[in-house]
Ligand binder design. Structure first.
Ligand code: ADP
Length: 167
């Protein structure tokens, strides 16, 4: 079972084997955590690597090198855009976490960092997203050390509270 820790911080500053990026389906770079990751990894190198992947479907996950990030790989996963909850958002969000962990496992990564996928620009309600993230990570069979890296206090509190409710 994957071991999960919830922390507050900047995902680009924490050493790990794999950093998960909340990407878009074009893998074209955006705002939020995607932009922060591109800036630290190196815009040009990461854009070039992403362009070779020809996009990624929502809920799937694709890998690039991490370039100047303190990690071996970046796992890019486009989260679902919140459309009210009746458009498979929950299954797609769970798929993001599950497929990212599969990629991490396939690349022999032991320590993996996640941002709060879809709860920024994509509008997924935090209180609904947090338990899905936690349950999916905790259900992952491979032994792995996972850190949920919450950027702001509200996100951090939402994940802590979801973890309390689930235990
Ligand atoms: P999405 O489009 O999937 O909603 P966003 O990047 O807009 O992705 O937001 C996802 C989460 O990432 C938000 O909680 C946002 O505050 C957070 N975030 C932004 N920058 C960073 C960072 N440097 N480290 C960790 N999380 C970050």
């Amino acid at each position: 079972m994957a071991h999960l820790q919830i922390i507050q911080g900047d995902i680009t500053k924490i050493p790990a084997d794999a950093v998960v990026n909340a990407a878009n389906t074009q893998l074209s770079g955006g705002g939020g955590v995607d932009e922060a990751i591109h800036q630290v990894a190196g815009m040009e190198a990461l854009n070039q690597a992403c362009a070779q992947l020809h996009g990624c479907a929502t809920g799937q996950a694709k890998v690039t090198p991490a370039f100047n990030l303190p990690a071996k790989i970046i796992i890019h996963t486009p989260g679902p855009i919140w459309q009210g909850g009746q458009h498979h958002e929950a299954q797609l969000l769970a798929a993001c976490y599950n497929n990212s962990l599969r990629q991490a496992s396939a690349h022999h990564c032991h320590k993996v960092l996640f941002p709060s996928i879809s709860t920024g620009v994509y509008g997924y309600p935090l209180a609904l997203a947090a338990p899905i993230a936690i349950k999916t990570i905790q259900a992952f069979p491979a032994t792995m050390e996972v850190q949920m890296v919450c950027f702001d206090q509200i996100t951090y509190q939402a994940y802590l509270s979801a973890l309390r409710d689930l235990s």
